[in-house]
Design a protein around this ligand. Structure first.
Ligand code: SF4
Length: 583
């Protein structure tokens, strides 16, 4: 992908030029998936700890940071557009910003290209160098002053989703089926236009500074996740990862402008972090990187080998989050079901869930991004055992035809997947399943597609997303014979058909919700209309599933975002339901 060039580089902000008591104003834009959002939260925490003031307006920011996504072409384009949009706020263009930093996956893929083609960019920060954000922004670390490095800078009555600018990107391609495809492009453009409302609220709370890496290193704190990972002669790893490394899975040789070194960073419970999610909810990234060989995916080259955070560090982080008022924790990673394998744990995710589920104050606990053949009986039994673990399985299956799955280098087939779903429903009664599929993978025949359709009819998935295949340079599928490539029109037609099919399945399933009493986490006024409010049940993961609209506050004059209420489902639509508050 070629990156467009624009105007000239700006002078750098030198920390020494700035009086101690004047805090540089920083605007932050976060693109991509929740895993990238956690990276943004860590970088914002580091910047805040070093004296930066995070603000909501790009126009007023002196330093702008764009944390990019590079998952698929549309995500890359969106990242570039956002960088260019932010570049317009630089002084040379009549704006106020003096410094523009680009971070994230796009940097891992196009490090040199970004600097070369967009000269307004002053510094780049890869996914493995989050602590370099301070140098990149021209700030210096400060000494630790707080025992809790987690900050929630949003006022209690604020719904963060109205403040945080999250572009749709790859993550939303997995989401609401009606919002995909043709509409996606339009919405991306629309949201890029609105990107000026950068992440974060203006009401930045005064929070005491916290430790950054220099302070921690000087204190000899060798227990931190990342340091454990990089300080050992033999790094913890999974045998599969080592084998794939020998086979070249992580090689970036063909990538002009990328460094050969893979990211190895892991944050820890002691890393400063600012929460940008609604007050009651937070993500915890339990692992980073991926060892799987999926032929359509370049995440392993971008994010490096699979590596788990220590279990005790994750539990410590969860405790700190709960002390901050978080009641819902969502565990994420490229593949959460591999958790702990590199540390010698068996059924590591189940062990981690056991340790977290008993924490007082944690009302909902869930995990996303599982790999089908790693969903074990013990994991399902652990879900069934604890009331506060969501009966929710996010298992991207990608396809149902054995021949397509083989070319995808994932394995499995419709029968194996149906057995898995049946087993999950048997061991965890009432479980909802989320999955995503890719249509139009090279070589997908009409028969393969029919098999996928038949699978969806049989499996009756609760939440389903459909990706359309797109060629990614650097992915193995890119090299497949051109004759195998499926015409774009066929790909789009297959996506539309699947969506229609799922719409019927979903509408029928949602109709069964009517009359149910549920716990509802209220998130705030609806983004679609100010006449309604929105919330989620434990069976709705943040950001990706259908919605619960609230049209009746019941005994309450007003509702408080981030609070749990008892509600009754009164109406059902294709994907969403309507509820009235009863307690
Ligand atoms: S499991 Fe497959 S699709 Fe998911 S990040 Fe790893 S390689 Fe990519």
């Amino acid at each position: 992908m070629s990156l467009p060039a624009t105007t000239e580089t700006q002078p750098e902000i030198q920390p020494a030029d700035r009086p101690e008591n004047i805090r540089p104003k920083i605007g932050f834009v976060s693109l991509g998936c929740p895993k990238n959002l956690v990276d943004s939260e860590v970088m914002m925490g580091l910047l805040h700890s070093a004296g930066g003031e995070l603000i909501a307006s790009a126009e007023d920011a002196e330093i702008l940071v764009v944390n990019t996504c590079s998952f698929i072409d549309s995500a890359k384009q969106e990242s570039v557009n956002t960088i260019l949009e932010m570049a317009r706020h630089k002084q040379a263009n009549g704006g106020r910003a003096q410094r523009l930093v680009v971070a994230g996956c796009l940097v891992e893929r196009y490090r040199d290209e970004i600097r070369k083609n967009i000269p307004e960019v002053d510094a780049v920060v890869g996914t493995g160098e989050l602590e370099q954000i301070l140098n990149a922004a021209g700030l210096v670390p400060k000494q630790a002053q707080s025992s809790n490095p987690l900050f929630n800078i949003l006022p209690p009555d604020h719904n963060a989703s109205t403040l945080v600018s999250r572009a749709p990107s790859a993550v939303h391609q997995h989401s609401h089926p009606t919002e995909q495809g043709a509409q996606l492009q339009h919405e991306q453009q629309k949201e890029i236009g609105e990107i000026k409302s950068v992440i974060l609220s203006e009401g930045t709370a005064e929070v005491e500074g916290s430790a950054v890496s220099e302070a921690r290193k000087s204190a000899g704190a060798l227990h931190l996740d990342s340091e454990m990972w990089v300080s050992q002669d033999t790094k913890p790893s999974r045998p599969e990862g080592n084998l794939r490394e020998q086979q070249g899975r992580f090689s970036r040789e063909a990538w002009d402008g990328a460094t050969a070194a893979l990211p190895e960073y892991l944050y820890s419970d002691e890393t400063p972090r600012i929460l940008a999610t609604p007050r009651a909810s937070a993500y915890i990234k339990i692992a980073e990187g991926c060892d799987h060989p999926c032929s359509f995916c370049i995440i392993p080259q971008l994010r490096g080998k699979f590596r788990s955070r220590r279990l005790s560090s994750i539990v410590a982080e969860a405790e700190k989050l709960i002390a901050q008022g978080v009641r819902e924790i969502t565990l994420i990673g490229q593949d959460t079901t591999c958790y702990g394998e590199d540390l010698g744990l068996t059924d590591g995710l189940a062990q981690l869930l056991e340790a977290l589920a008993v924490l007082p104050g944690l009302k909902w606990l869930r995990f996303l991004y599982t790999y089908p053949n790693k969903v074990t009986t013990r994991l399902l039994e652990t879900m069934a055992k604890h009331d506060n673990i969501a009966k929710y399985l996010d298992v991207p299956l990608q396809h149902a035809s054995a021949s397509v799955l083989k070319r995808m280098k994932r394995g499995g087939n419709a029968r194996i997947f149906l057995n898995l779903i049946e087993k999950a429903r048997r061991i965890v009664p009432g479980i909802v399943i989320r999955t995503s599929f890719i249509v139009g993978f090279p070589g997908e025949t009409a028969e393969d597609y029919k098999e996928l359709e038949a699978f969806i009819k049989a499996a009756k998935i609760d939440w389903l997303g459909v990706f359309t295949y797109s060629d990614e340079e650097g992915a193995k599928a890119f090299e497949l014979d051109a004759a195998l490539k499926v015409p774009e029109r066929t790909i789009q037609a297959r996506r539309r058909k699947l969506m229609k099919l799922q719409q019927k399945i979903s509408a029928k399933a949602k109709a069964e919700w009517v009359g149910r009493e549920v716990d509802l986490l209220v998130e705030g006024e609806s983004e679609e209309t100010e006449l309604l409010w929105e919330g989620r049940t434990i069976q709705h993961a943040p950001e990706i599933d259908g919605k619960v609209f609230i049209n009746d506050f019941g005994p309450h004059e007003e509702l408080l975002p981030g609070t749990f209420y008892r509600a009754e489902i009164t109406e059902a639509h294709d994907y969403d339901v309507v509820a009235r508050i009863i307690e």
